[in-house]
Write a protein that binds this ligand. Structure first.
Ligand code: RRO
Length: 305
C-alpha cells in the first residue's frame, strides 16, 4: 500500500486533494457544484456572490479566442442571501465550500462576507479582481492600500480562512499580495483573468457587448505562473494557483512555482468535471514516480537554487 497522500492544508482548511473549480465555472447552483466535487475536486468554489441579485452584461458575454476564452459576464449572480440555502445543502452533502464574493464598497464586502460566513462556508474567496467592472463599481483592490483595507474589513467578520483573489491587470501583483497579507489574508488566489478583446472583421466591431473581457485558458497560464512565482517570493501565506490549468502537468507547474493548490476553470468547460479526477491522478503519479510522499513536498521547489 502506498503511503502517498494527496491531501493539502490551506491556512487550516484540510482538503482531500489540491484542486478546486475556479469561481464562475459551474458555480451557480448546488447540484452543479456537487458534480464538481463528484468529479474529483478537493473543494468547490461558488460563482462570485454580491449583496443583491445581478443579471450581468448583455450578450455576447463569451467568445472563444486562440488559446482560451474571453468573458464579460458582468458579475451575474443570485445574491448572497439566496445562496445561504445552497451552501447549507452542499454542506449537508459533505462538500467543502469556498464562497467567492464581491461588493462595490468595503461595507458591502464586509456584509456579504458576514452572510456567507454565517451560512457555514469552509472558506471565503474575496474577489477584488473582476476585469468586467460595472459602472457603479471601481476596481476595489487594484492597489495595495485598497486591498489591505478591504481584506482587513472582511477579516473582522469572517469565521473562516479568507483567500484574496488578485488581478493580473496590475503593474506589480506582489505588492498587492503584500497588501492583502498585511490586511490579514489567509491565502492568495492568483490570478483572475487578463483583460483583452476580440474584433469581428465583417461587422468591424468588438465582439463582446462589453467591448473588453477577461482572458482565461491556456493562453493565461504563463502569466498566472509568473504571478504565483512573484507572489511566492513576497508573502508567507499559501497561494492558490489559477489560470489555464488543463492537465496534471499544468497543475504541477503551479505547485513547483509555489502554489499549494490549483483552481481549474476553462478546462472544465471543454473537458467536463472529469478533469479534476484526471489532474489529481496525474499529480499522484508524478509524486509516486519522483519519490515524493505529499503534495507539499513539491510546493515551491522550482525556487530552489
Ligand atoms: O462575472 C464576471 O464577469 C467575471 C468575474 Br466576477 C471575475 O472575477 N472574473 C471574470 O473573468 N469574469
Amino acid at each position: 500500500m502506498s503511503q502517498l497522500s494527496l491531501a493539502v492544508d490551506i491556512a487550516g482548511l484540510r482538503l482531500r486533494n489540491p484542486t478546486m473549480n475556479a469561481a464562475g465555472v459551474l458555480g451557480i447552483s448546488g447540484p452543479l457544484l456537487k458534480r464538481v466535487y463528484e468529479g474529483g475536486a478537493g473543494a468547490v468554489v461558488t460563482k462570485s456572490l454580491g449583496p443583491v441579485p445581478r443579471e450581468g452584461h448583455h450578450n455576447p458575454t463569451l467568445v472563444t479566442v486562440e488559446g482560451g476564452v474571453l468573458n464579460a459576464m458582468g458579475l451575474p449572480n443570485p445574491g448572497a442571501d439566496y445562496f445561504v440555502d445552497v451552501i447549507r445543502w452542499l454542506k449537508g452533502e459533505g462538500v467543502p465550500v469556498v464562497a467567492s464574493f464581491f461588493g462595490a464598497t468595503i461595507e458591502e464586502f464586509r456584509d456579504v462576507a458576514c452572510t456567507l460566513s454565517d451560512a457555514g462556508v469552509d472558506a471565503l474567496e474575496l474577489n477584488c479582481s473582476c476585469p468586467n467592472v460595472v459602472e457603479e463599481m471601481g476596481m476595489l483592490g487594484a492597489d495595495c492600500l485598497n486591498t489591505e483595507a478591504v481584506t482587513a474589513a472582511v477579516k473582522e467578520v469572517a469565521k473562516t480562512p479568507v483567500f484574496v483573489k488578485l488581478s493580473p491587470n496590475v503593474t506589480d501583483i506582489s505588492e498587492i499580495a503584500r497588501g492583502a497579507e498585511r490586511g490579514g489574508a489567509d491565502a492568495i488566489t492568483a490570478c483572475n483573468t487578463l483583460i483583452g478583446m476580440a474584433v469581428d472583421v465583417d461587422m468591424r466591431r468588438p465582439i463582446l457587448a462589453n467591448t473588453t473581457g477577461g482572458l482565461s485558458g491556456p493562453a493565461l497560464k504563463p502569466v498566472a505562473l509568473r504571478c504565483v512565482w512573484e507572489i511566492a517570493k513576497t508573502v508567507d501565506i499559501p497561494i492558490i494557483g489559477c489560470g489555464g490549468v488543463t492537465n496534471w502537468r499544468d497543475a504541477v507547474e503551479f505547485l513547483l512555482c509555489g502554489a499549494s493548490a490549483v483552481e481549474i476553470g476553462t478546462a472544465v468547460m471543454e473537458r467536463g468535471v472529469e478533469v479534476f479526477g484526471m489532474v489529481v491522478e496525474g499529480i499522484r503519479s508524478y509524486l509516486e514516480v519522483n519519490g515524493f510522499k505529499e503534495v507539499k513536498d513539491i510546493v515551491g521547489l522550482a525556487h530552489e537554487t
